[in-house]
Design a protein around this ligand. Structure first.
Ligand SMILES: Nc1ncnc2c1ncn2[C@@H]1O[C@H](COP(=O)(O)OP(=O)(O)OP(=O)(O)O)[C@@H](O)[C@H]1O
Length: 539
């Protein structure tokens, strides 16, 4: 993830370049001011008269450079955040389907909101502020060294002490930031769950329980934040004490040096003025250092969420599906739960299959294996004699489509929901609308295909949703359609009509996992398999 932020590095260089220019102007102005003060006190006013105009121009130039530095710092921040958020989402969608499904997706939600927020506040702002302070510090070092190396040595001593303090305090902060990030993850997951279950909570009078649970989780997060703030407070107090006593000490030393004639009056003014620039940047710098380091654990956590465990190299591109799917001696278990045992089946292109069996028997697992969500533990699935394990996911997914009980619909037009944002001719679209049984529905809509679908399809029926999923599959020229309990929430008449639509599709292989068997359509299947006790029987 840090690599993503590095993409914005040129903008960081630009911002720091502008700050360096501004610092040089400031330094030049300070030294000239000192020379003028000393020469004026010494009775020579000519230098002031000669240089007044130049100094005014330099002072005026500080205004645009400071505006430009704010602008370039903002630009870097924007580019870095867009890069890291964009790359994170892209990599989430590179995850294997099974690995993504295994996790609670609140983990990703929390990463893209809470963790990105912490990265922005502590890491990106930290880099900007630390860099800016280093530049200010170097300027002060140069100016003070020019006047008195002694004053510089003392100032640097304080800086080293402050840095050691920051490194020492950074460790516990890292741990607490990580724990807070985990609490945020649970909190996001909980909010997602209770908002999703709103009607169950209301209708079962669970609001009080939700309130209590929410209060507990929210309190834990606030307490952790409070603890982090407390550590920062102790840290700042120790640092303030160190700095203010040192500040007084150095001022006294410089005044003494002036009394014994080692520093001019202008030099005293300049050193006292630049001591602030020597000490405060370091003070701010050391405050940012633990914040920057504390984000390290968040980067590691984000990268962990993106890791794909399965690293099997897929080498075959499936252009088309022409003959058959062969399942040979396939076994699969979830850890030690053996779900499928030595299954062998052959499914032919264009034929229609129904898979039935008791709940928990392994029907959905077989379907997931056929959909390539994961690979078998033993045996194999062959698509036209190619081991499915070797076929790339991208090329395989182009050949299959899925009709689920819950068909996902985007908040967009019916057309875009069917085409899934790909280009097709009107003729192709009308053809699949006809074949999927959506024609009457579309014709009845005042805006036809341009009708908007709202809130994941609240304005269309369950049967229409299933038909949209079938239309998607037909339009993308899927060779195989998998159904997973697609009829479970439909009334019998609608379910039967959709099943008949599917059974009438020519050249398309349909594999339907269902509890529901209609006696009158049963005969239309080319094969019915029952999964029971980890084995398959042909009916
Ligand atoms: N991701 C998983 N991790 C661990 N065990 C799982 C997982 N998914 C399913 N199982 C277990 O595997 C077995 C088979 O589940 P599967 O969902 O394949 O059955 P099913 O026949 O489709 O059931 P149903 O008809 O109720 O949907 C069950 O014992 C189930 O608890």
């Amino acid at each position: 993830m840090r690599k993503s932020i590095k993409k914005a590095f040129p903008y960081l260089l630009l911002a720091f370049g502008v700050i360096v220019c501004s610092a040089i102007l400031e330094g030049y102005l300070s030294i000239y001011m000192m020379k003028i003060v000393d020469s004026t006190i010494g009775g020579n006013k000519d230098l002031f008269k000669d240089q007044a105009k130049t100094l005014l121009i330099i002072a005026a130039l500080l205004l645009p450079t400071s505006i430009l530095s704010s602008y370039t710092l903002g630009l870097y921040k924007k580019k870095a955040l867009v890069a890291i958020k964009g790359d994170y989402i892209k990599e989430v969608f590179d995850k294997n389907i099974n690995e993504f499904q295994r996790d609670n997706n609140a983990k990703y939600l929390s990463a893209i909101t809470n963790d990105m927020n912490t990265i922005e506040i502590n890491y990106i702002n930290g880099i900007l502020e630390a860099g800016r302070n280093i530049i200010r510090f170097i300027l002060a070092v140069a100016i003070i060294a020019f006047i008195s190396p002694w004053a510089l040595a003392i100032g640097l001593g304080i800086s080293i002490l402050s840095t050691l303090l920051a490194v020492f305090l950074g460790k516990p902060l890292q741990k607490h930031h990580n724990q807070r990030s985990e609490l945020f993850e649970g909190y996001t997951s909980y909010i997602k769950e209770v908002l999703g279950a709103f009607h169950i909570i209301k209708s079962n009078d669970l609001s009080n329980k939700v309130y209590k649970d929410f209060y507990g989780k929210s309190k834990d997060i606030q307490e952790k934040g409070y603890l982090i703030d407390k550590i920062y407070t102790y840290f700042s107090a120790a640092e303030n004490f160190l700095i203010s006593t040192s500040f007084l000490g150095i001022t006294a030393i410089v005044i003494y040096m002036s009394l014994i004639g080692k520093v001019t009056f202008g030099g005293v003014v300049l050193i006292v003025n630049n001591l602030e620039k020597l000490i405060f940047p370091i003070m701010e710098f050391v405050e940012w250092i633990p914040k920057i380091f504390s984000v390290k654990t968040i980067f590691i956590k984000l990268e962990d969420t993106l890791l794909n465990q399965g690293d099997y190299k897929e080498t075959l591109e499936l252009e088309n599906f022409n003959n058959s799917i062969k399942i040979k001696d396939l076994s699969f278990s979830y850890e030690d739960n053996n779900v499928l045992n030595n299954i062998s089946l052959e499914l032919k292109k264009g034929e229609k299959y129904l898979i039935i069996g008791p709940s928990g028997g392994g029907k959905s697992t077989l379907l997931k294996l056929l959909r390539k969500y994961f690979n078998p533990n033993k045996g194999a699935i062959y698509i036209d004699d190619n081991n499915l394990m070797d076929i790339t996911k991208e090329s395989y997914f182009k050949n299959i489509s899925n009709v689920e009980q819950q068909v996902f619909l985007f908040e967009d037009t019916l057309r875009n929901n069917i085409t899934l944002y790909k280009e097709y001719t009107e003729e192709e679209i009308n053809d699949v609308i006809d074949k999927s049984g959506l024609k009457e529905f579309v014709e009845g809509l005042p805006k036809g295909l341009d009708t908007m679908i709202y809130d994941n399809g609240k304005n269309i029926s369950g049967g229409e949703r299933s038909r949209v999923a079938i239309a998607r599959g037909l339009l993308s020229k899927s060779n195989i359609i998998f159904l997973d309990e697609a009829f479970a929430s439909l009334d019998t008449k609608v379910a039967k009509e959709i099943e008949e639509t599917l059974l009438d599709l020519e050249d398309i292989t349909v594999i339907n996992v269902s509890h529901i068997i209609f006696e009158d359509t049963k005969e239309k299947y080319d094969g019915i398999f029952k999964i029971i006790n980890s084995r398959v029987t042909i009916i």
